[in-house]
Design a protein around this ligand. Structure first.
Ligand SMILES: N[C@@H](CCC(=O)N[C@@H](CS)C(=O)NCC(=O)O)C(=O)O
Length: 231
């Protein structure tokens, strides 16, 4: 039974999982969830993921949300020498980078970049400071490991997440030159993995278009986020 991924086309966590499926050369069915139509907020969708978040992986009825857990599951189920190393310390670094992305890096970037595009939030000096702090910390991690990729000299599942988070910055023309190792890592990734970058780039183009012309979600009743009213 093939895998099914419920995914949103401009969602960084969804694009991280899509990259992993591509890297592992797995057949899967892609089900596009329309965020604007609130397809993820229905009770039907909540059966797949009570968090009502995208993505969700369905492997023959086994349903999993949280993109980090999905990446770890895929890399464990379809072992690969380098994507999710077995060596305890290397694996710990991969897990660390996944946690860092979830708790700090993507969290700060998405609050600064994504939330004001889709909902009634402003980009604030505090948000900018938190984004710069996240970049600075990632730069420090790259300096400390001295590795080509986020955790080792090969790409790991952590790079899938960190690249999609960084792509959000590129989507709003945010200059990352002050973080030279992040910049080098990011450019290197694009150059060495053009097929994976293509997946990320498609999402970036959508976010870039929304940055210039924000989507009208005034019809949406969101349980948490303030919806921008139509002018
Ligand atoms: N921690 C989750 C986050 C997923 C997430 O936030 N997805 C967004 C789309 S990119 C979402 O579904 N948001 C729900 C909403 O804002 O209503 C993961 O990594 O899978």
């Amino acid at each position: 039974m093939p895998l099914t991924l419920y995914s949103v086309s401009d969602g960084p966590p969804s694009l991280a999982v899509q990259q992993c499926l591509k890297y592992l050369d797995l057949d899967y069915t892609l089900v596009n969830i329309d965020f604007g139509l609130g397809e993820h907020m229905t009770e039907e969708y909540a059966k797949k993921n009570p968090q009502k978040e995208i993505p969700v992986l369905d492997d023959d009825g086994f349903q999993l949300g949280e993109s980090n857990a999905i990446l770890q599951y895929l890399a464990d189920k379809y072992p690969n020498d380098t994507l999710y190393p077995k060596h305890v310390k290397e694996r710990a670094l991969v897990n660390h980078r996944l946690c860092f992305n979830l708790s700090t890096y993507y969290r700060n970037i998405s609050e600064y970049v994504m939330a004001p595009i889709f909902f009634d939030y402003q980009r604030t000096p505090l948000g900018l400071k938190k984004t710069k702090m996240a970049l600075d910390i990632f730069n420090t991690y790259l300096q400390r490991t001295g590795t080509k990729y986020a955790a080792t000299d090969n790409i790991t599942i952590a790079d899938f997440q960190l690249v999609t988070a960084t792509m959000c910055l590129e989507a709003i023309d945010f200059d990352i030159s002050d973080y030279p190792l992040v910049k080098k890592w990011y450019e290197n990734y694009k150059r060495e993995y053009p097929e994976l970058w293509k997946i990320v780039e498609a999402g970036m183009k959508e976010i870039n278009a929304f940055e210039k012309n924000p989507p009208d979600l005034s019809h949406m009743v969101h349980p948490i986020h303030p919806v921008r009213k139509n002018k």
